[in-house]
Write a protein that binds this ligand. Structure first.
Ligand code: UT7
Length: 330
């Protein structure tokens, strides 16, 4: 038995923030942001709007495509690095918002690779027959955790808010569905892209001193992350395709984590992929961390760019470092 996709959906806040808007908050420019990252605009929540609300909107669209009622979901796997609260995780808030029974809700904290890791858990549950219909969400609200001044500009021009959701279930067809995963971590680089505080190693977990030092903001060594990302993602794509006995020549579409258009372009060159084999939408959404892949997936499905039988690869790299890929025969 394999796991196939039954429905996809995404949602972003309706507040659009352009590069010119950012130039009014910090010393940056539309030209710098476009040239270095490819980003033109992104969506940020309004005050009071939550990650779970975005996840719920994305979930409703995925369920509608799958022609399923919320009550038919057997389990939730929710990937986010930006939960609405320290505890409990967002999974239970989504379970409550969906108005479903006491189904399991698991939170995954693997940042940019969150959707790939979450999908691998859902795949295991479906293939072993433990759960038949699993909702997999990748959703983030990054905008409330960024320093919106010149000091924080290397991070705050990149990251943004959004949610993607898929519903997966079993298929008997050996040649369809999720074929393989390739998953990795390297904690030696944990502090190269992280949020230090609040944390349970501190007494108290958050203090005025920490806040004044800005340790609650996402902090990134951009050059190091870039250097590892352009090596690890192509390596992982090749590995996951090799596990299925295929190569990049067989690939209909690569859906890569949208961290920086320059990273995606370098990866495309490394893997010798044609333009029609890759999909980029970072121009309009920025880096939405765990949400980038399910957002791109839903856009491609609705645009008819993915047809039955097509070989798709998904790949992500980010904070941890954590990275990984999935290969899917649609
Ligand atoms: O989701 C996965 C995690 N994230 C990533 O994969 C991101 C990976 N890294 C990157 O995308 C890039 O490193 C950045 C886009 C973050 C930065 O680009 P860069 O080409 O590596 O720039 P840099 O950090 O070397 O900075 C170059 C200059 C610096 O000025 P000086 O020291 O040369 O005077 C920065 O202060 O650009 C300056 N700078 C900016 N200028 C205008 C940094 N950010 C900005 C900004 N606007 N937003």
């Amino acid at each position: 038995m394999r796991t196939r996709f039954l429905g996809t959906g995404f949602a972003v806040p309706d507040r659009v923030v352009t590069n010119d808007d950012l130039s009014e908050m910090m010393d940056t420019s539309d030209e710098w942001i476009r040239t270095r990252t490819g980003i033109q605009e992104r969506h940020w929540v309004r005050e009071g709007e939550t990650g779970v609300e975005l996840a719920l909107a994305a979930t409703r669209r995925a369920l509608e495509m799958a022609d399923l009622a919320p009550s038919s979901v057997d389990a939730i796997v929710y990937a986010t690095s930006t939960p609405d609260h320290f505890a409990p995780g967002n999974g239970v808030f989504l379970q409550r918002a969906l108005g479903v029974g006491t189904i399991p809700a698991l939170d995954i904290r693997t940042q940019c690779s969150g959707f790939i890791y979450a999908l691998s858990v859902a795949d295991g549950w479906v293939r072993t027959g433990q759960y038949r219909r699993v909702l997999v969400v990748g959703a983030e609200v990054q905008s409330t955790g960024m320093l919106l001044t010149t000091e924080g500009r290397n991070v705050s021009v990149l990251f943004a808010d959004g949610a993607g959701a898929v519903v997966v279930g079993p298929t008997d067809r050996e040649d369809r569905g999720i074929l393989a995963f390739d998953l990795h971590s390297e904690g030696a680089h944990a502090e190269k892209l992280w949020v230090d505080s609040p944390g349970s190693r501190y007494h108290p977990r958050v203090s005025v001193e920490q806040i004044e030092a800005g340790r609650q903001y996402l902090d990134m060594d951009g050059k190091e992350v870039f250097r590892h990302a352009v090596a690890r993602m192509p390596e992982s794509v090749r590995a996951v395709l090799a596990a299925t006995g295929r190569t990049t020549a067989d690939l209909k579409l690569l859906l890569a984590h949208q961290a920086n258009l320059r990273i995606s372009e370098m990866m495309q060159r490394t893997l010798c992929l044609r333009d029609d084999q890759v999909y980029n939408n970072i121009m309009f959404y920025g880096n939405t961390t765990a949400a980038t892949i399910p957002i791109a997936l839903d856009e491609c499905v609705r645009q008819g760019r993915i047809q039955e039988g097509d070989l798709i690869a998904m790949t992500a790299f980010g904070s941890g470092f954590l990275w990984g890929s999935a290969a899917v025969a649609w």
